[in-house]
Write a protein of this length. Structure first.
Length: 310
């Protein structure tokens, strides 16, 4: 595997839900990344921030609640915070693993903004749940501030829009760093959603779907392969039933047929398969591998995982 440019997407379950789990997962990811670096691959990594951004938002909201003289923290800032501290753990783990193998390569996290359309339908129908469970009184206060909430077990939770990503603002910097041989962590948590207003960028109260940004990033760096790490070892027929069977290879055409037949869950595997189809497009050289972090070595060896190609 020589001179391949690879984009790796670390999904929600690939990073755990607590800080110790995240640090352990980062070390596991670092081993797989170091293997690819040893094969002369150029690497860019993106990651989920599912539980992390919610915890940051909840913590900052609590701080504001008891210290009203401090302004509340916007979602865009919470996203930036999550990029920083997840990137920090990944940087540390990858650098340590590489140095232990005698490889000296810079690992860098790029604080990444992603433009979204202010008229995206998602802003009119927010559905992404974030933050802690709040009381009816707190929910009323959130709505007075213009935020949206939804009833859940035990109370309410805030919901925000999940618009389609349009453009990665720092893409030139990401490509320049990769061209210089650096390992890049970028567009974490889907990127920081921003709105273009004349020559200014304004943070949006939204989150971006991680699968969509993984495809956009992989395409933007002209990657040869996109590796999507999720919570199952491969894609399955009839997943969750006694008839489930692994799909180890499929073309984009067959993947479309499976999606049309409702084979994949809308909120589970389907976004990943859709991302694979869009990333590959008409390019016969691009491939996508879907597997879980603990199975990546076997998947790269063809023993498990699902490979999608044109």
């Amino acid at each position: 595997m020589k001179n391949n440019r690879i984009a790796i997407a670390l999904g929600h379950n690939a990073l755990g839900t607590t800080l110790p789990e995240q640090q352990k997962a980062a070390k596991e990811a670092a081993k797989a990344i170091a293997d690819l670096v040893q094969d002369d691959c150029e690497i860019v990594i993106t990651h989920s921030n599912g539980p992390q951004v919610g915890m940051i938002h909840a913590a900052m909201s609590e701080f504001h609640k008891f210290n009203p003289e401090y302004t509340a923290t916007p979602m865009s800032v919470c996203s930036a915070m999550s990029q920083g501290y997840i990137g920090y753990d990944l940087q540390q783990a990858i650098r340590s693993e590489l140095v232990s193998r005698g490889i000296f390569r810079t690992v860098v996290t790029v604080l990444t903004q992603v433009t979204v359309d202010p008229y995206d339908d998602a802003f009119y129908d927010p559905a992404k749940i974030i933050g802690r469970v709040i009381t009816a009184a707190e929910a009323e206060e959130e709505e007075k501030k213009g935020n949206r909430v939804t009833p859940v077990e035990g109370g309410y939770r805030r919901i925000v829009a999940a618009p389609t990503p349009m453009e990665i603002v720092e893409l030139d910097a990401i490509n320049a760093l990769m061209d210089a041989g650096q390992i890049v962590i970028a567009a974490g948590g889907g990127g920081i959603p921003v709105l273009q207003q004349d020559h200014k960028l304004k943070g949006a109260s939204a989150v971006i779907e991680k699968d969509l940004i993984a495809g956009l990033l992989a395409d933007g760096v002209n990657a040869d392969r996109l590796i999507i790490l999720t919570d199952v070892d491969c894609v399955y027929h009839d997943f969750g039933t006694d008839r489930q069977e692994p799909i180890h290879m499929m073309t984009t055409g067959r993947a479309r047929e499976y999606m049309d037949a409702g084979e994949f869950g809308l909120g589970n595997m389907q976004p990943k398969v859709q991302t694979a189809i869009e990333f590959i497009g008409d390019n016969k050289d691009r491939t996508v591998l879907i597997t879980k972090l603990s199975s990546i070595k076997e998947a790269l060896g063809g023993q498990t995982g699902t490979v999608i190609r044109r």
